[in-house]
Design a protein around this ligand. Sequence first.
Ligand code: SF4
Length: 311
Amino acid sequence: MDSTINVLTRDPAHADTSRKPSWLRAKLPSGSGYNAVRKLVDGHHLHSVCQSAQCPNLGECWSRGTATVMILGNVCTRSCNFCAIATGRPSEIDLGEPARVAEAVAKMGLRHCVITSVARDELLDGGASVWAATIRAIRYRNPNTAIEVLVPDFKGNTEHIDTVLDAKPDIFNHNLETVERLQKPVRVQARYERSRSVVRHAKSRGFTTKTGIMLGLGEEQEEIEQTLRDIASDGTDIVTIGQYLQPTPQHWPVKRWVPPEEFLYWKKFGLSLGIGVVESGPLVRSSYHADEQSEKYTGAEHLNIANSLAG
Ligand code: SF4
């Protein structure tokens, strides 16, 4: 592809970030599928990142009977400037959590589940042993469910990453979130190269790998191109690209609304670099339609269980 063309949309209408454009208006939460997922998450004393991160797709995903479960609590030891999850001193480890997550996955009837966590930098293993216990509990209870993990960077400690990998998740996801220049202001305690090395490590052990970035944080065209080149050279299989949304006025501001056509351009650009799956669109998030993105790698077909759950 000709990367000399300036593709970044500089339409002044897209620089006015005070009002959301029409393409970002997501479906409101409603319906029996939504209520069933809510009951299940609350009833099993679980956290979902859909709620904690104020995800715009919550209505759509929960209505189709899918939710991303967040383990290891809902308080994070880090303070990323784009993230709505509370920063602070997390509570004790909940040893019953892996079994409850496995049970909730079974009740949702998922063929593909996505698990994520906050960062637990205060724990000696960064929470890796709980991650491994959760993966094993899900597999034991749901042998036919594909398990996708969206993990923190474990400070780049390969021993801890190996603890997670030894439990054999089907998809290993760790997000770069943004281009290299914006890492420090946006992801205060993280590092671009360290995150790349986490994903590369999983790839070197033969796992299907995934990462994601957000646009609209102030990145330039060449920086997006370079990031996608880096992702491709790391052998990453799946990439998600979505619009950044500011969760509160105290968070990093949205610098521009990226129109759907530009997302399509980045999808084609990523595919031209040899990345297997590039999911790119304003409302795309790490786990949005994750089942469909990864069918190619897991062989699992999506099962919409919203109706059976509601029944
Ligand atoms: S590490 Fe993850 S959960 Fe914690 S603040 Fe950063 S993005 Fe949010």
